[in-house]
Design a protein around this ligand. Structure first.
Ligand SMILES: NC(=O)c1ccc[n+]([C@@H]2O[C@H](COP(=O)([O-])OP(=O)(O)OC[C@H]3O[C@@H](n4cnc5c(N)ncnc54)[C@H](OP(=O)(O)O)[C@@H]3O)[C@@H](O)[C@H]2O)c1
Length: 305
């Protein structure tokens, strides 16, 4: 099969290569998915699981990409819940070969059925950003209707999902990002926007929940904005400051079939819009991940036309 591989962390996306690799086999509780569309997050080249297996052994050249939409082509021994020929989408395992390939082996529990009226390209754009937003707001953030939410990077992959889900659930949403992202953030449903390069973050005053995708100085200063009893939820690594009278939590997204179902249902009925900036073929994936100009939104690789 055709696949994109990486061998060198320092080379980043410029080190990606299109090669021929053997098709994966389904282990116990796995399915093999014939990949129709794949999502890749640039940050994954810094994750240890991209380079080693669970025991820390080198597994390069490895296939990146952890979001998938496709069709089940084989089942491993004992695999339940999914069947051959079924349309699925979800998260590929962190420490195994990923989805920038014609086939991928994934634990069945990490996938959910993809309804027939949802395009594979859309399906592949949802798992990481959708699940991260859902879990940060409703599981870790314990969001309640009527609360105010400050969403950093609200025009980006995760932030645009957080903004939409929070609004639907009854939040007052203040988005942040670069000056050029203002209209995009407002279009996704933010009621106010803070341009982090030119406005003062501190002018926001107090909020019930901060959803931080940026970290560093922005994360530190955000801790001071959390009201008593509120939460700073971050996906950008351990928080460098704690809210005085609230909680800070960092987490890593996990696969969840029921949550994927909630997310895709919202896309079907128009409550949730995905944030795709570019779609490219597998043959053009290396160029697509090394763009010469800034792409707004996610790059999705359409593996089967
Ligand atoms: N822990 C987890 O489970 C988890 C899950 C998903 C993602 N992540 C991580 O979360 C981060 C965000 O992911 P994403 O997919 O949402 O990325 P993304 O689509 O690039 O969105 C990030 C947004 O924040 C903006 N931004 C970043 N730094 C900024 C700054 N200093 N000032 C103003 N705006 C800034 C970006 O603008 P520019 O594009 O102009 O920089 C972009 O609009 C990544 O680092 C990713 O690896 C973690």
């Amino acid at each position: 099969m055709k696949a994109i591989v990486v061998t060198d962390e320092a080379a980043g996306t410029a080190g990606m290569k299109l090669v021929e690799r053997p098709e994966p086999k389904a282990a116990s509780n796995d399915v093999v998915v014939q990949v129709h569309a794949s999502g890749f997050t640039p940050g994954e080249l810094t994750w240890p699981g991209t380079w080693t297996d669970r025991l820390g052994r080198d597994r390069t050249p490895s296939i990146p990409g952890h979001e998938v939409a496709g069709v089940v082509s084989a089942l491993g021994y004992g695999t339940r819940g999914l069947s051959v020929g079924q349309r699925v989408f979800g998260l590929a395992d962190w420490t195994r070969d990923g989805t920038l390939a014609e086939y991928v082996a994934v634990e069945a529990r990490n996938l959910a059925p993809l309804p027939g009226d949802i395009d594979f390209t859309v399906g592949a754009s949802l798992p990481i950003s959708g699940l991260t937003a859902w879990q940060g707001l409703f599981v870790h953030g314990r969001f309640q209707a009527g609360q105010s939410v400050l969403v950093h990077g609200s025009a980006g992959g995760v932030g645009s999902m957080v903004t939409q889900l929070a609004r639907e659930a009854g939040a007052y949403v203040i988005g942040t990002g670069r000056a050029a992202d203002r209209q995009t953030a407002l279009d996704f449903g933010a009621q106010e926007f803070v341009d982090l390069d030119n406005d003062s973050l501190e002018d926001v005053g107090g909020v019930d929940l901060v959803f931080d995708v940026i970290g560093g100085d922005i994360g530190k200063r955000s801790a001071g904005l959390v009201r008593a009893g509120g939460m700073l939820v971050t996906i950008a690594g351990p928080p460098e400051a704690q809210p005085a009278e609230g909680l800070a939590i960092d987490f890593v997204v996990e696969a969840d079939r029921a949550q994927l179902g909630e997310i895709v249902q919202r896309v079907r009925d128009g409550r949730l819009r995905t944030n795709i900036g570019n779609v490219a073929a597998l043959d053009d994936a290396v160029a697509a991940f090394n763009p010469t100009e800034r792409i707004k939104g996610k790059t999705i690789i359409r593996v089967r036309p």
